[in-house]
Design a protein around this ligand. Structure first.
Ligand code: NAG
Ligand code: NAG
Ligand code: NAG
Ligand code: NAG
Length: 530
């Protein structure tokens, strides 16, 4: 984090300009942004480059930044050398944005603790980007790319600008559901691009669920062979998963996979015989299956092997273990489970059985040195949890999520908010606005409780979403969540946000992301985006 006192001193006397006119519309809004009306630089396609400052702890060969320099150069000059430029421009040419990073660590993965703060100082004498880590430098490059704008004569221009920026919350996620509909690899990669444009830093991959099991397990290939929609075409191979993880890393995005159990597991059944609970109708098995069978030793043997693999495939220190919507009817119908309940003295309290399963699962997963996120039901059902569990709040009936946030944090757990951010829900009109106006800390609690809120996630559940409508449904609506999680809590003027978001949506179009319009209007690049 940037020391705030130092920042305040640097800012003394500067007039803060929010969004007005060309070159100042940045999304999400930086913490401090000052754009001068006069002075600035033009960037020439033949001369402009990104480079490492001499003072930087990382230099050429740092893949994350080398590749970011290439990406952002292309975003600035999409036509390469074919940009019309007015050679007679009186504006000084600035040839280089110098990037200086304090910490080493080019080969690392981003983590919850990675600093993402950065400073940008643009003047007609020099252009500097300083950051503690490469991840902060990535955020600064994004801001720089949004500050550049084309003048009428085609010249790319950056106003004299100072930015001091850092995220409000460390966990700013987006959930994609690849079980209800399979999303092709390319759609996931494009989503990661758009996430980086919005400074999102966590891809929550809800990779499997009841309808299909597209994650190709090397230890249990039958899971996809028998559980994917089509095991030849609708799967994520080990290579695909590696590609996603590296693509995300290069953009400063963590990949947290979700393997939801014991419910939401119907697609696991065919490939893992004996794993799911056989449901009974009267004295006989009905032929249908319920949640994972929590009374068998083989279940835990399976989970041990399965999560050993998951833990080695996904480098992030967190996995999402689901735990939501466990339907007890099937467990209740099964005579062996009834007997087990009696033996254990659980009575008719099936949350105790759920608790037993989850505790054993948490022991297994923590034995692989992983931490975990779980949906709120585990807390609601009084499952005994380890204190470092992150509770993901998703239920949104009549504003109950604020109460839940209060309960989760009162119990001392860290909380993630998604309840008001189910972007798969759509309504006519400007439905990004209520999403935008959510205040994650607006619940009753002490400052210590508020400090336990580590961020939130926009969710795009897949019942009615596949590759045909994913992108326009996500963007720019998810941008509303991105700004809420990045920017100062006082940034919540919808008129100002509208202007910047409409502008940013045009930027997304220009970058090839088919973001839907907010309202009437047009973009200069409407027609060239495809
Ligand atoms: C940026 O610079 C241009 C050209 O000097 C100026 O017209 C514009 O008002 C400036 N933008 C802001 C936000 O001051
Ligand atoms: C960086 O170091 C090189 C070699 O010592 C020097 O030529 C160059 O001027 C330095 N650049 C800056 C911006 O200080
Ligand atoms: C399950 O494992 C426990 C502890 O290892 C053991 O006591 C029990 O006999 C096993 N049950 C079966 C059915 O194998
Ligand atoms: C958020 O903005 C308010 C009002 O400008 C300011 O007092 C506060 O310090 C800012 N918060 C942070 C973390 O910078």
């Amino acid at each position: 984090m940037v020391p705030l006192a130092a920042m305040g001193a640097l800012l003394a006397g500067l007039v803060l300009v929010l969004c007005a006119g060309s070159g100042a519309a940045v999304w999400p809004q930086p913490q401090y942004l000052s754009v001068a009306a006069e002075g600035g630089c033009s960037l020439s396609t033949t001369r402009f480059r990104f480079d490492y400052a001499n003072s930087s702890a990382v230099g050429p060969g740092c893949a994350v930044l080398d590749e970011a320099f290439r990406r952002y150069w292309k975003l600035l000059f999409p036509l390469g050398g074919r940009h019309a430029e007015n050679g007679r421009s009186k504006v000084p040419l600035c040839d280089v944005l110098l990037v200086s990073v304090t910490e080493q660590g080019c080969d690392d993965y981003p983590s919850m603790d990675s600093p993402e703060n950065y400073k940008l100082a643009i003047s007609d004498e020099q252009m500097l980007l300083a950051a503690d880590s490469i991840w902060g430098a990535l955020r600064g490059l994004e801001t720089f790319s949004q500050l550049a704008w084309r003048q009428d004569d085609g010249t790319l221009y950056v106003n004299k600008t100072d930015v001091f920026d850092f995220p409000r919350f460390p966990h700013r996620g987006l959930l994609l559901d690849t079980s209800r509909h399979y999303l092709p690899l390319i759609a996931i990669l494009q989503t990661l691009d758009a996430m980086a444009y919005n400074k999102f830093n966590v891809f929550h991959w809800h990779i499997v669920d009841d309808p299909s099991f597209p994650y190709e397990s090397l230890l249990f290939p039958d899971l996809t062979l028998k559980g994917a929609y089509n095991p030849a075409t609708h799967v994520y191979t080990a290579t695909d998963v590696k590609v996603v993880i590296e693509y995300a890393r290069l953009r400063g995005i963590r990949v947290i996979p979700e393997f939801d159990t014991p419910g939401h597991t119907l697609s696991w059944g065919p490939g893992a015989p004996g794993l799911l609970t056989p449901c009974y109708r009267g004295p006989k098995p009905s032929g249908s299956y319920g949640p994972v069978n929590p009374i068998l030793n083989t279940t835990y043997q399976f989970m041990t092997k399965f999560f050993a693999e998951v833990s080695s495939v996904f480098p992030d220190s967190y996995v999402h273990l689901g735990g939501d919507e466990v339907d007890f009817t099937c467990w209740k119908s099964n005579p062996e489970i009834q007997t087990f309940m009696e033996t254990m003295g659980f009575g008719q309290d099936y949350t105790k059985l759920e608790s037993l399963y989850i505790q054993r699962l948490l022991d297994i997963v923590s034995s692989f040195d992983k931490e975990y996120v779980m949906w709120q039901e585990v807390l609601d059902n009084a499952v005994e949890l380890k204190p470092d569990t992150i509770i993901h709040v998703w239920k949104d009936s009549a504003g109950l999520y604020q109460k839940e946030m209060a309960q989760v944090t009162k119990a001392g757990y860290r909380a993630l908010l998604s309840a008001p951010w189910y972007l798969n829900h759509i309504t006519y009109g400007q439905d990004w606005m209520p999403v935008y106006l959510v205040e994650p800390l607006a619940f009753e609690g002490t400052p210590e409780q508020k400090a336990l809120v580590i961020g939130g996630e926009a969710c795009m559940w897949g019942e009615y979403v596949d590759v045909t409508n994913l992108t326009p449904r996500l963007w720019p609506r998810a941008g509303a969540v991105a700004e809420r999680l990045w920017s100062n809590e006082t940034v919540r003027n919808t008129q100002d946000a509208y202007a910047r978001l409409a502008d940013f949506r045009c930027t997304l179009l220009r970058r090839g992301i088919r973001a839907e319009p907010l309202f009437t209007g047009y973009c200069d690049y409407d027609y060239t985006a495809f």
